[in-house]
Design a protein around this ligand. Structure first.
Ligand code: SME
Length: 177
């Protein structure tokens, strides 16, 4: 059993530095991606809500769906309300991040063409690709109920978290290898 204490961070910078250490701790001896992404979702969702006091309403992952001929994402481990299950590359914020292999920091989702509203309460979003040697194997997605819920500090922190997770997990079931 991994004992992860409640965050005591007083700033987002401190939170992300703590989060990286926590994620490095939970993946020790564990390379299963479902397990690690499930625990990472919980750490991100609960920790960020507590530290920022912002109404973050979703944090989780979409993964490359190896059963689809057209590049598509399928819902993975998350915290929050029931969400859309399939997103094609190029569609919505998640599909755009996956297609471009580039973080999408969306301060107001209503000004993002094609945004997919899984929850009408969401007003801002950040989506970070999971890049395995130049290939997108999924995305990390966070939603917030207020506009400008995320900034460049979140982007830097979440990109670092995504890198740790990509390196920590075995992706063979997704890559079909
Ligand atoms: N808003 C996303 C869909 C996923 S949910 O936010 C959980 C998008 O536009 O891709």
């Amino acid at each position: 059993m991994v004992n992860v204490p409640t965050s005591t961070a007083s700033s987002k910078e401190e939170f992300y530095s703590e989060l990286k250490e926590q994620i490095e701790a939970i993946v020790v001896g564990q390379r299963n991606w479902v397990t690690n992404l499930a625990n990472a979702s919980a750490l991100i969702y609960h920790g960020l809500r507590q530290v920022t006091a912002k109404p973050i309403n979703w944090a989780g992952f979409y993964l490359l769906d190896p059963t689809q001929a057209t590049p598509s994402l399928i819902l993975g481990p998350f915290q929050g309300k029931v969400a859309c299950t399939e997103i094609r590359f190029g569609r919505g914020v998640c599909g755009t991040a996956a297609q471009q292999n580039k973080t999408q920091l969306v301060k107001d989702v209503h000004s993002f063409p094609g945004h997919i509203a899984c929850d009408s309460a969401s007003n801002s979003e950040i989506v970070v690709p999971l890049d395995l040697n130049g290939r997108v194997i999924g995305v990390l997605d966070l939603d917030c109920e207020v506009v400008e819920g995320f900034d460049e500090v979140d982007q830097e922190g979440l990109e670092a978290v995504a890198k740790i997770l990509v390196e920590a997990c075995d992706w063979r079931s997704i890559l079909g290898a």
